[in-house]
Design a binder for this molecule. Structure first.
Ligand SMILES: Cc1cc2nc3c(=O)[nH]c(=O)nc-3n(C[C@H](O)[C@H](O)[C@H](O)COP(=O)(O)O)c2cc1C
Length: 187
């Protein structure tokens, strides 16, 4: 997975994203560009994220560069893999229902590469029928999910180990590889 498009939504796990970016680079040696939602930029500064990658950080659909003139098209064409971490209830709901009203959701629709969601929300949100429906819909539509709650992860808002947390940074690459292997993709 040389080119990885990391997409950060506005879940509390966004405050830890530098650890995930670091293991992606050190383990897979990936080149990384990042998409952040507006909500994610309220949790962690775009400039901070930028320090941990060799690429650029994009927030708006009009954030074009020479290489990525139309970000949702050119970033997804560049990417071997798109990972949405943390994936908020909102972004899961939008993509499951075909809504493309910001750069991240539009890129998720435009992507031809595998797209993996790492849901991150409290267990009440996770267990809502609407959320379970949306996760099922994503899977039926060919998106991949790193199932929450199977490893020891901390939900930052409470300090508790809870269902609903995304994988820890240490488990991130193994869980991605396991999810890809399930689709016959060997890294
Ligand atoms: C401090 C704080 C923490 C939040 N944590 C989460 C979370 O862990 N998971 C989640 O789905 N939403 C969480 N939210 C709510 C989202 O930020 C909100 O639904 C937002 O609209 C998500 O937008 P996005 O999907 O475009 O990033 C949190 C909000 C705040 C203010």
């Amino acid at each position: 997975m040389k080119n990885v498009l990391v997409c950060i939504a506005g879940s509390i796990g966004a405050v830890e994203i530098q650890n995930y970016l670091t293991v992606l680079r050190s383990t897979w040696g990936s080149s990384i560009h990042v998409i952040m939602t507006e909500s994610a930029t309220k949790m962690i500064q775009k400039d901070t994220v930028n320090y941990f990658i060799d690429g650029n950080v994009f927030v708006n659909s009009t954030d074009s560069t020479d290489q990525f003139k139309i970000p949702h098209i050119h970033l997804t064409a560049w990417a071997d893999l798109m990972v949405i971490i943390p994936a908020s209830a909102n972004i899961i709901g939008k993509v499951a229902n075909g809504i493309a009203d910001d750069l991240l959701s539009t890129a998720a629709m435009a992507a031809k590469c595998p797209v993996i969601f790492c849901p991150n929300m409290n267990e009440h949100m996770l267990n809502r029928p609407a959320m379970q429906r949306n996760l099922k819909q994503l899977k039926e539509d060919g998106y991949l999910i790193v199932e929450p709650g199977e490893e020891e992860a901390i939900q930052l808002s409470t300090g508790q180990k809870v269902q609903g947390a995304m994988p820890s940074a240490g488990q991130f690459i193994p869980r991605l590889e396991e999810t890809l292997r399930g689709q016959g993709i060997h890294v």
